[in-house]
Design a protein around this ligand. Structure first.
Ligand code: CFM
Length: 534
């Protein structure tokens, strides 16, 4: 695998080669190398990345069902973010609001770009309120809004006043170009969640003793439903999820929980920190992708609450669930053992799904994030050494203070550290992708399309995991591609039942030769060639 970097960068112009070389790393878990991450993609390179608006509106706020999300911009931004992420939701009764199937947009035209779009935006908010009477309206800025200077925050404030503060209206400066990827959108979303929703309602729902938040879980393909099932079975109260299958009130009550679990560290670690600083809720890193990883997460929760009853319950649930999991795993292992995988997805799944592949005895030979930061690769310990560049400075850092009235120390720092010595809770910690991958594997940030072609040509993995932009190209090269963003209409893959689904889907994909059999017409027989003559 050491040859790969030299082979690909050879084709790039000097300056580009120099930059890309820093993002293509031969891994060594014992001595973690530095990787270049979260910097602008070089123009002209085909990247997997999305935009800041996508990270804010689509990713973080997308799965909340009772907020009317208005895209302020040309219709394309709203249209292409309409129901495309497969985040699901489940209302408790028909009276519950669910705006997820709708697409709200101001549909800006040339004249709005020239004369400003604020009036049209106000009109859109009034119309949405008149038709749906929602509890909250959120406004999302697209690129042109930033360029012409429409002030969505001022409009939001005026609208709130117009509705006598009965409807919560707030805006996001998440113009697509604002950051280098969707990661900036997560940060902007987190800031506004904190400013506008978290802590608004002190009601303590539920009567369970153990109260937790689940951060960085987005209910793709129904993952949250499986996670909710497991917690309920264990007697653990899920106060809020950011943001799979969520509602406004669950966000408003998040500060009443006693522990936050962080799954997708990349998209939500800011909220975890804010909840700890303001309200004293500690956070631990978990992964609910993989059956063994799910069991490990449940044991961490039980260890944190230091309750024998909960510990016993958790063990009982694990033992019961693992019966089916083990049977399913045994059945597919002959098909999966010894195969190889490559994972290039988002900002956490390229790491999290390696647990599932390990359970299938499939080795991950190359992996990387689209938009992870250095800490997602190398671990949180590198945060102090990350250089802040102009692009990161462009994203607002909000200062969070202790809420003097409502701050409650759940567990002293000393106690947490003591506990941490007995059980690896990963309190305030995330070890990253590199320590988990073997020596000599490849870690590549912001993989380009050209580099992907080369990876497949040179190493012929048994399965490649990425998204729809890569899917058909990879399959035409003879390799099956599993979409790990939307699960190819499969799922859930989280928790115990999800692991079983994943085992079966992957076993099927790695045992078919169909993609090697299909040939394009020009590969089978010579096509007519034409030459321009002038
Ligand atoms: Fe977190 Fe996500 Fe991901 Fe992400 Fe995403 Fe996603 Fe993803 Mo697609 S929040 S970083 S911005 S786990 S939408 S649910 S699958 S790229 S790896």
């Amino acid at each position: 695998l050491a040859k790969f970097r030299e082979t690909v960068i050879e084709k790039y112009p000097n300056k580009v080669a120099k930059k890309r070389a820093k993002a293509i790393i031969n891994n060594d878990p014992e001595n973690i190398p530095e990787i270049q991450a979260n910097i602008r993609t070089i123009p002209g390179i085909i990247t997997q990345r999305g935009c800041t608006y996508a990270g804010c509106k689509g990713v973080v706020l997308g799965p909340t069902r009772d907020i009317v999300n208005i895209t302020h911009g040309p219709i394309g931004c709203g249209f292409y973010s309409w129901l495309t992420r497969r985040n699901q939701t489940s209302t408790t009764s028909d009276a519950d609001e669910n705006f997820i199937p709708y697409c709200f947009s101001t549909d800006m035209q040339d004249s709005n770009i020239v004369f400003g779009g604020e009036d049209k935006l106000k009109q859109a908010v009034r119309e949405a309120v008149e038709l749906f009477n929602p509890k909250a309206v959120a406004i999302f800025s697209t690129c042109p809004v930033g360029l012409i200077g429409d002030d969505v925050h001022k409009v939001a404030e005026q609208m709130r006043e117009e509705f006598d503060n009965k409807i919560n209206v707030f805006g996001f400066s998440c113009e697509g170009y604002r950051g280098v990827s969707q990661s900036a959108g997560h940060h902007i979303a987190n800031n506004e969640l904190y400013r506008n929703l978290i802590g608004n309602d002190d009601t303590m729902v539920g009567s369970a003793k153990y109260r937790i938040n689940m951060l960085g879980e987005y209910n793709i393909g129904g993952d949250a439903f499986e996670i909710e099932r497991i917690f309920e079975k264990c007697g653990i109260q899920l106060v809020s999820t950011f943001s799979g299958n969520s509602t406004i009130s669950s966000f408003e009550q998040a500060h009443t929980a006693d522990l936050s679990l962080v799954m997708c560290h990349r998209s939500i670690n800011y909220v975890a920190e804010m909840l700890e600083t303001s309200f004293g809720i500690p956070w631990i890193k978990v992964n609910l992708i993989g059956a063994d990883s799910t069991a490990k997460a449940l044991r961490k929760i039980a260890a944190y609450f230091e309750d024998d009853e909960l510990k016993a319950k958790v063990e009982e649930v694990i033992a019961e669930e693992m019966k089916d999991v083990n049977a399913a795993r045994e059945a597919v292992l002959p098909k999966t053992t010894g195969k190889s995988a490559m994972l290039f997805v988002g900002g956490s799944r390229a790491h999290h799904y390696q647990d599932l592949f390990e359970e299938l005895e499939i080795k991950t030979i190359a992996a990387g994030y689209e938009f992870g930061h250095r800490d997602d690769y190398e671990g949180r310990r590198v945060i102090p050494s990350i250089k802040i560049d102009a692009d990161s400075r462009n994203i607002e850092e909000i200062t969070v203070k202790r809420d003097e009235k409502r701050y409650k120390e759940r567990m002293t720092k000393e106690k947490l550290e003591e506990l941490q010595k007995q059980v690896d809770l990963e309190y305030n910690d995330y070890k990253g992708l590199m320590p988990q991958m073997e020596k000599g594997t490849l870690v590549i940030d912001d993989l380009s399309h050209y580099e992907m072609d080369k990876l497949i040509e040179m190493y012929q993995p048994d399965i490649f995991c990425a998204g729809v932009k890569e899917k058909y190209v990879v399959q035409k090269m003879g390799v099956p591609l599993k979409q790990l963003h939307n699960y190819d209409s499969g799922g859930p893959y989280a928790g115990f039942k999800g692991a079983i689904n994943f085992y079966n889907d992957i076993a099927m994909m790695v045992s078919t030769s169909i993609w090697k059999e299909v040939k394009a017409p020009w590969e089978k027989e010579e096509m007519i060639e034409a030459v321009y003559a002038c």
